[in-house]
Design a protein around this ligand. Structure first.
Ligand code: NAI
Ligand code: 15L
Length: 268
């Protein structure tokens, strides 16, 4: 049966807030969890991914989990280790103990961020391109994907790891024209990841059907994902403001953008 009750971790964050707005229309009842309280959501669980007991209680009885919680940009190894590496392990262990069968894991393009970007007639980046993390943050997403594979092989728990490009209301850089996932397409992809059958551990790229797309969306489409949006409508304005991507600039010439050269500065 299709999952109905879904635990959404990281529900106070940017993507969590967008998905809180969009996923109920697909019939899901969301249980919310975040380190921070969420305004207007008195039933949301306020807990740290380090709190194993709280996680066990939070996952009890849900049909599936969308795991967004964690540090979402580069940080110190220590902080990434606690929130993203240990935190994701703690969540998987709680899910295993409570018999939860399906997790959708918010991986990131930064797990493969040091890969050179496609140019000219280069083919799209395949889903089995080797991990080339561009940050400790990206490294934690590579770890999360391996953890998901391990929990499938060892315990039969299914995961769809979504290497999200950039999921914001609008693309704000020329690079994002290639990696943007509209919030509506994000919800479509999460819904497909929750409902597709026999996913085992499937890795997909999370992007809209962008004219300048860099990745192969075939594994996402195989889940039933049909993206509806294209960033191209923003291209003229962004290129006029920022110029085309420069092959001499390492920040422009890898999938991970400026994550490859320095800790990201927000907003950018
Ligand atoms: P965000 O930083 O806005 O939200 C993350 C949320 O996780 C925050 O509300 C934070 O309080 C919570 N959190 C952090 N540490 C926690 C802990 N130890 N215990 C419990 N909660 C904790 O990030 P955003 O943009 O919403 O991203 C959500 C997820 O998707 C992240 O895992 C991020 O790495 C991933 N992602 C997002 C992309 C995007 O374009 N928004 C792109 C690629 C990946
Ligand atoms: C990510 O993984 C970050 O969580 C998000 O904030 C954006 O920086 C995105 O990647 C991106 O590559 O644009």
């Amino acid at each position: 049966p299709a999952p109905r009750t879904v635990l959404l971790t990281g529900a106070a964050g940017g993507l969590g807030t967008l998905m809180r707005g969009l996923l109920p229309a697909y019939g899901y009842e969301l249980r919310l969890l975040d380190l921070r309280p969420i305004e207007g959501e008195p039933d949301a669980i306020t807990a740290d991914l380090g709190d194993k007991e709280a996680l066990r209680e939070a996952v009890r009885g849900v049909d599936a989990i969308i795991h967004l919680a964690g540090i979402s940009l580069e940080s110190t190894f220590d902080k990434i280790l606690k929130a993203n590496i240990e935190g994701t392990y703690n969540l998987y262990e709680a899910a295993r103990e409570e018999g939860i069968r399906r997790i959708v894991f918010a991986s990131s393009n930064h797990a493969v961020g040091f890969t050179p970007r496609p140019q000219g007639n280069d083919p799209l980046i395949p889903i089995d391109t080797p991990h080339r993390p561009d940050t400790f943050y990206g490294l934690s997403k590579s770890f999360g994907e391996d953890l998901a594979q391990f929990y499938w092989d060892k315990h039969g728990m299914e995961t769809v790891s979504v290497r999200i490009g950039s999921c914001f209301l609008e693309p704000t850089s020329v690079r994002m024209l290639s990696v943007w996932m509209s919030p509506g397409d994000g919800a479509r992809l999460f819904h497909a990841a929750l409902t597709a059958e026999d996913v085992e551990h499937t890795v997909v790229y999370g992007s809209s059907a962008n004219t300048r797309l860099w990745w192969d969306l075939s594994t996402a489409r195989a889940l039933g994902y049909e993206p509806q949006d294209d960033s191209e409508q923003y291209a003229e304005k962004l290129i006029a403001e920022q110029g085309e991507l420069d092959p001499e600039n390492p920040d422009h010439d890898h999938l991970g953008g400026h994550f490859v050269t320095k800790p990201p500065i927000w907003p950018y």
